[in-house]
Design a protein around this ligand. Structure first.
Ligand code: AGP
Length: 613
């Protein structure tokens, strides 16, 4: 996950920024950089690799000043090189930018700027931002106005901080969508800015969090806020609690809530360095795959538990559809005792957020003992499931503290989508152009996820209406059947309400007898190839007095004539819709649990990692 730190004040910015970046190291990165206004010009130091490399570069060639910005980066567009590292400085050397997020339309912006004579030095989407700002500065705009006008050109979710040598008494920052937070730290005659709380807590606890489409101009005395339309806006600083754990939650009540809202940034980070959006090509270095390695592959056997198992069910549909490779999905605790029919022509894929789930690890060993290749999709860096695998994909979701898994679930689905695209190319099981199209769809996902999260108030209101029920049925078909299972598990494990996920087509084989006014039905009814079937399920539930909440596609008015309540999600590329459709279910469960006073982050009887049988 990328980290941003900025400072303006009477002290030397360099050590403050470096220390702040160190506090964000847990998020993972592959390059780091800093830009400081030194005397009368901007000095930049950038290095691939860990912060120690950057510190050595600064020791060798010191820089200091009273305004500066720093960044730790997971490569997204472009490889891990010094020229691709942030901060990015423009052609004039007068403006510098650090950025979290994905500029979805960077290809067309780059072409437009190059046609104006701009020479790009890097392969990054970020560099388009600094050249846009330079374009408006050259037209006589102030940095604040140049930045604001530039931000309007960007599609996707972004968090951006910039300053210019011509106006070295202020920083300008903005937040568009959910590319991660932008926190403004208020000090005594000094100000801080960061993408996450730990970077500034040692200096101040007075913090203000930028809202979507807000832009802030920060001087050492304070800050001024406007929206991207240039209208005055407000931003209130709060004093964070002294308990570092509570402070870590920042603007959120629970870690689970924070982690739900981190998903656009987590998904952005999961994509970083793995998708060349220009060519539509996926690369997964840590999988060590090549054509030869996969040619003989007959089958993939996914093993996992709980939420990770449901992720594997989604992944089965993705990998079979995209890579045309047969996939079997097994529950870890069953697989390990089933004497499974596994041989060396197969690969066993373990999905495990903690990387330490005993049943999943045992299933991996079972697969190994029968000659299969071992792959894993893991969040916890350095965990066993990562270490013992022949190849792995990091979820890169950042630490997931809440026992109920949210961002690890969605990023593990994205990782399987990436694996499916890679396998399709290596096995030549799909035309290159089709795989490229599927890979490019990923660029839209963080913003689509952010759009759903922006409707949180609706989910909270609906949850309050349903929080007193003791039983729920969650229905889905196809790609959304595992999402129904996951939605039911979220509700069960944090609110202690009995909820059951079911394949909608199975209702008539028994469970429909359960339905009455005391058994609300949550049906995932988005406009896909089984929409009509889902509509008839909704009608059947209704006919038996059931109350139906439908998750539906934006603009679908017909569903509102059939369901009692409708939760709308944006139109999404079909194979990515499970990632979007699970979000309302996460928030529905979260708000019901909060309403019921449950311990959301540490539900009774549960552990974050089940390391015993
Ligand atoms: C998810 O919300 C639950 N906490 C649980 O089902 C979890 O997914 C399961 O224990 C597997 O954990 P893992 O992904 O760390 O292996």
């Amino acid at each position: 996950m990328c980290g941003i730190v900025g400072y303006i004040g009477p002290r030397d910015a360099t050590p403050i920024i470096l220390e702040g970046l160190k506090r964000l190291e847990y998020r993972g990165y592959d390059s780091a950089g800093i830009a400081v206004m030194a005397n009368s010009h901007i000095e930049v130091r950038r290095e691939p690799g860990k912060l120690i490399r950057l510190e050595e570069a600064i020791d060798a060639d010191p820089i200091s000043g009273h305004i500066g910005i720093g960044h730790t980066r997971w490569a997204t567009h472009g490889k891990v090189t010094q020229v691709n590292a942030h901060p990015h400085i423009g052609m004039t050397g007068e403006v510098v930018v650090v950025h979290n997020g994905i500029v979805e339309n960077f290809l067309e912006l780059r072409a437009e700027l190059e046609a104006e004579g701009v020479e790009f030095k890097s392969e990054t989407d970020t560099e388009t931002i600094v050249h846009l700002i330079e374009r408006y500065l050259a037209a006589g705009k102030s940095l604040e106005e140049a930045a604001r006008l530039s931000f309007h050109h960007l599609k996707g979710a972004q968090a951006i901080v910039t300053f210019s040598a011509a106006e070295p008494d202020h920083l300008v920052a903005c937040r568009i969508g959910n590319a991660g937070g932008v926190a403004v730290g208020v000090g005594e005659d000094e100000m801080f800015i960061a993408s996450d709380i730990p970077a500034i807590l040692m200096h101040t606890r007075r913090v203000a969090f930028l809202e979507n489409r807000q832009m802030v101009t920060i001087t050492r005395e304070g800050y001024r806020v406007q929206n991207l339309e240039g209208e005055e806006s407000s931003l209130h600083a709060t004093v964070l609690p002294y308990d570092p754990i509570s402070a870590e939650k920042g603007e959120y009540k629970h870690f689970m809530q924070k982690e739900i809202f981190e998903q656009p940034r987590a998904i952005t980070d999961t994509l970083r360095g793995r998708v060349d959006f220009a060519e539509g090509i996926v690369a997964l270095e840590d999988m060590h795959l090549d054509r030869e390695a996969v040619q003989g592959l007959s089958r993939l056997v996914t093993v996992a538990c709980g939420t990770s198992y449901y992720s594997g069910l989604v992944g089965k549909a993705l990998i079979e559809n995209i890579a045309r490779l047969p996939v079997e999905v097994a529950i870890g605790s069953e697989f390990r005792y089933a004497d499974p029919l596994i041989d060396e022509s197969m690969a066993v894929l373990a999905i495990t957020q903690s990387g330490e789930t005993v049943d999943t690890l045992a299933a991996m060993e079972e697969g190994r003992s029968k000659g299969a290749r071992l792959w894993s999709i893991v969040n916890q860096i350095g965990s066993q499931a990562m270490r013992i695998a022949d190849g792995y994909i990091s979820m890169l979701a950042g630490p997931e503290i809440g026992v109920a898994s949210t961002k690890a679930f969605t990023t593990s689905i994205v990782d399987q989508y990436l694996l499916a695209c890679l396998l399709a190319d290596l096995r030549e099981s799909r035309p290159r152009a089709e795989v490229a199209e599927l890979a490019r769809d990923l660029a839209r996902l963080p913003n689509l996820v952010g759009e759903v999260l922006d409707r949180d108030a609706e989910y909270q209101e609906l949850a309050t209406e349903f929080a007193h029920y003791e039983n729920f049925l969650y229905l889905g078909r196809g790609l959304n059947y595992p999402i129904a299972l996951e939605g039911a598990l979220k509700l069960k494990e944090i609110s202690y309400i009995h909820a059951e996920g079911y394949p909608a087509g199975e209702m008539k084989h028994g469970p429909i007898a359960l339905i009455d006014e005391n058994m609300p039905v949550l049906a995932i009814c988005v406009q896909d190839h089984v929409y009509d079937k889902m509509i008839s399920q909704v009608e059947q539930a209704h006919a038996r007095g059931g109350i139906v909440i439908a998750v539906a596609t934006e603009g679908d008015e017909y569903i509102a004539t059939k369901a009692d309540h409708v939760i709308y999600v944006p139109q999404t590329p079909p194979l990515l819709s499970p990632v979007v459709n699970v979000l309302p279910l996460q928030l529905f469960a979260y708000h019901i649990a909060v309403w019921r006073g449950a311990d959301v982050d540490q539900p009774r009887n549960l552990a974050k990692s089940v390391t015993v049988e």
